[in-house]
Design a protein around this ligand. Sequence first.
Ligand code: HEC
Length: 150
Amino acid sequence: MKSPRSIIAALTLAVGVGVGAPNTIEAQEDVVEYRQSLMQAFRMHMGGVGAAMGDAAPMGHAVHHAQAFHGMAQALANAFPGGSEGGRALPTIWSDSDGFMDSVTAIQTATASLVEAAESGDAEAVGAAMQAVRGTCSGCHQTFRGPASQ
Ligand code: HEC
């Protein structure tokens, strides 16, 4: 049986994160798929916070979603390694890596505020924090995401 550590190492290799640039087409496709899954998680947790602020879920769930959301935003920083061009990622991600990292930092900061707001239980603060988070999505997409393929 494989040790948990070697399983984790195998997963890390498969995803191509933590080992520098992915060096096969397949690894590159896996990285693209992985970062798209982070984006789907963003969308899901944003919906989860919204549900918790409405009648669909207990208010306390907002904290769980906000924390997971912030974790995904932390992970975003390493989801675009050099050589992982593909999907709708624009080349500006790598040519203007400082600008791209500013956008990553923006969502990390905004989701940290969302966690605080959710913990406070103040619906108005959560609403404002959600608005700020949404701004970071579109801010990055405008500059760094290309159009959907036909
Ligand atoms: C730092 C930049 C950045 C931020 C912030 C960001 N995105 Fe994205 N997003 C991208 C890029 C780049 C792509 C295209 C990735 C690819 O296809 O490789 C993308 C793709 C997506 C996709 C399509 C995923 C798929 O399955 O193809 C969704 C949905 C999405 N983003 C939602 C969000 C939401 C919601 C937020 C905010 C909560 C957000 N994104 C924040 C850069 C960002």
